[in-house]
Write a protein that binds this ligand. Structure first.
Ligand SMILES: [Zn+2]
Ligand SMILES: [Zn+2]
Length: 152
């Protein structure tokens, strides 16, 4: 079977990328950095291995993205679109992986994210700093799923 490939893009569509195969992590993140960066109570973050991520901008992605380090974590680099300002991905050189935002993945004609069953979140992480309670069946973790204390 061929490895599935998923497309993602920023708000304006100038910055595009693709990711392949099974995510390392797919979770709703309630950490304070994600809250601040996205002005959102939580986001859907999806992690892929180093080799499963590829920039695919029509022009060179280097010319249409800005990079900036995450405060206090020099091994984490964030990428945002110069045109629309949207954060598109971050790279972690310690873990050798890429993190993308689920909400930026390609949609089907009904507006739903394609291949949702393969990509959907399996947990809520950094749930201790949540801005609202979530009443679903997914596990709630203090940090990463299966690597931290389970809250509920
Ligand atoms: Zn953009
Ligand atoms: Zn987060």
């Amino acid at each position: 079977m061929d490895t599935p490939v998923y497309q993602g893009s920023c708000f304006c569509g100038k910055v595009t990328y693709e990711v392949m195969g099974k995510p390392l992590i797919s979770a709703y993140c309630h950490c304070t950095l994600c809250q601040r960066l996205h002005s959102s109570a939580f986001i859907h973050t999806v992690h892929f291995s180093e080799t499963s991520f590829k920039w695919t901008c029509a022009e060179s992605c280097e010319s249409v993205t800005d990079t900036y380090p995450v405060a206090g974590k020099p091994w984490k680099m964030r990428y945002r679109c110069k045109e629309c300002g949207a954060t598109v991905a971050s790279h972690n050189s310690k873990a050798n992986n890429w993190s993308i935002r689920g909400a930026q993945l390609e949609r089907d004609e009904t507006g739903k994210i394609k291949a949702w069953d393969e990509l959907k979140p399996t947990a809520h992480m950094f749930y201790g700093t949540r801005m609202l309670d979530i009443n679903d069946d997914l596990g709630k973790w203090e940090g990463y799923e299966n690597q931290s204390k389970k809250i509920s």
